[in-house]
Design a protein around this ligand. Structure first.
Ligand SMILES: NC(=O)c1ccc[n+]([C@@H]2O[C@H](COP(=O)([O-])OP(=O)(O)OC[C@H]3O[C@@H](n4cnc5c(N)ncnc54)[C@H](O)[C@@H]3O)[C@@H](O)[C@H]2O)c1
Ligand SMILES: [Zn+2]
Ligand SMILES: [Zn+2]
Length: 382
């Protein structure tokens, strides 16, 4: 069938919305009509090259080129058709995209860490999970899909392992947000920082991910939640969703956290800025108290290998640095669970959507993200 998708043809270019050819689903695959897709910062890392395997490494490994690629990994849609052998979904089901599939059989899946499923190794590779071939084409050319999803499209074919069935009464925009940013931010606080009642938490960077670390810390019972962001709108939104204090930089947060904790400093600092650079880790560790945890959620350029941290303090103050992907949980449990928290009114999602866009307005949406105007922009297909 023919459909439309936002395609990136190379680094530092705009997304180009164009007609593509979509093959029917093969074994284990589903055809999805994408209803909503969130504009997460991770897709921007494709544009800047932070999250693109360098071409010389690809060529040396004999891998196909990264571009053209259909972006989008935060998404919600309806199943239009199922391929042979699909057992967990049927036509008409509503789904959240899962940017890590879960095979259910690897070491990580069977030990309750489906966010680390071995199939995630293929995230930046070409083709479908089933057989490595493309379903998305323009003319003779196959097109890659980000995270085996490519939600910046009207329709797509994905593996059933990348789709999580959700309650059909839920608004698609809320489902789309939970498919990455909410699960990641909430899990950074609840699963990775393991926030306990009464603790002091600092969240650095209040975008679609960080605002949900604020909400996670609030729901977990933190006493002090310090939201750090240079942009006023972000700080105001954080205050309305659970933050107790704000600062425009980590340096400005130092005296606030010192005062709030009588010098003990934060139990956890969660790093969710748009891009992680090495100098931010040292600053975050300085805000972290004895026995505390610094959680690294934001994505750094793939080749960033330097961080300036005080190694003496790391050991002597028994601090911990913890990376986190997809909220360190089990999306097949966490996504429906977070949506139930939304339905009960405890997790706010509608308030996170600053603006919706049509697929054709995607570049406008990303410009607003770069300019710090959106908590989250969401593409809604008619
Ligand atoms: N680990 C994961 O599984 C995972 C999943 C999704 C997204 N991410 C990453 O999380 C990060 C945040 O994503 P997002 O979509 O919320 O981004 P966003 O662009 O919507 O928000 C980032 C926020 O950080 C603020 N900021 C930038 N530099 C800062 C600094 N030095 N100090 C304080 N605030 C700063 C910006 O003003 C902005 O409000 C990105 O790097 C994204 O790729 C990681
Ligand atoms: Zn994301
Ligand atoms: Zn697995």
């Amino acid at each position: 069938m023919k459909t439309r998708a936002a395609v990136l043809w190379g680094l530092h270019q705009d997304w180009k919305v164009e007609e593509i050819e979509l093959d029917p689903p093969k074994t284990g695959e589903i055809l999805v009509k994408w209803e909503a897709a969130g504009l997460c910062h991770s897709d921007e890392h494709l544009v800047t090259g932070d999250m693109v395997v360098p071409e010389e490494i690809r060529e040396a490994a004999g891998l196909p080129p990264s571009f053209p690629i259909i972006g989008g990994h935060e998404g919600a849609g309806v199943v239009l058709e199922v391929g042979p052998g699909v057992t967990t979904l049927k036509e008409g089901d509503h789904i959240a995209a899962s940017f890590f599939p879960a095979c259910g059989r690897c070491r990580y899946c069977v030990t309750g860490h489906t966010n680390l499923c071995d199939l995630g190794a293929g995230t930046f590779g070409r083709g479908q999970i089933s057989d490595g071939t493309d379903r998305h084409h323009i003319g003779d050319q196959g097109i890659a899909i980000l995270a085996k999803l490519g939600t910046f499209a009207e329709h797509g074919v994905i593996s059933e392992m990348s789709a999580i069935k959700v309650d059909p009464d839920l608004p698609m925009t809320a489902v789309a947000l939970v498919s990455c940013g909410v699960t990641t931010g909430f899990g950074s606080a609840v699963h990775r920082a393991e926030v306990q009642p009464g603790e002091t938490v600092v969240v650095v960077g209040i975008g679609g991910v960080g605002i949900n670390a604020v909400q996670g810390a609030r729901i977990a019972g933190a006493r002090n939640i310090v939201a750090v962001d240079p942009i006023e709108l972000k700080r105001e939104t954080a205050m309305s969703l659970g933050a107790t204090h704000t600062a425009s930089s980590m340096a400005e947060a130092m005296p606030i956290v010192t005062d709030l904790t009588s010098g003990q400093m934060a139990d956890s600092v969660i790093l969710t800025p748009g891009v992680l650079y090495g100098d931010l880790l040292g600053q975050a560790l300085s805000l972290t108290g004895k026995g505390g945890t610094t959680v690294v959620t934001a994505i750094a350029p793939m080749t960033q290998a330097q961080a300036d941290i005080n190694l003496f303090e790391l050991a002597m103050w028994q601090k911990e640095v913890r990376g986190v992907i997809f909220g360190a949980g089990n999306p097949r449990f966490d996504i429906p669970n977070l949506l139930a928290l939304y339905q009960s009114g405890q997790l706010k999602l509608d308030e996170l959507i600053t603006r919706t866009y049509t697929l054709d307005e995607i570049n406008e949406g990303y410009q607003a993200m770069r300019d710090g105007k959106n908590i989250r922009g969401v593409i809604v297909n008619k």
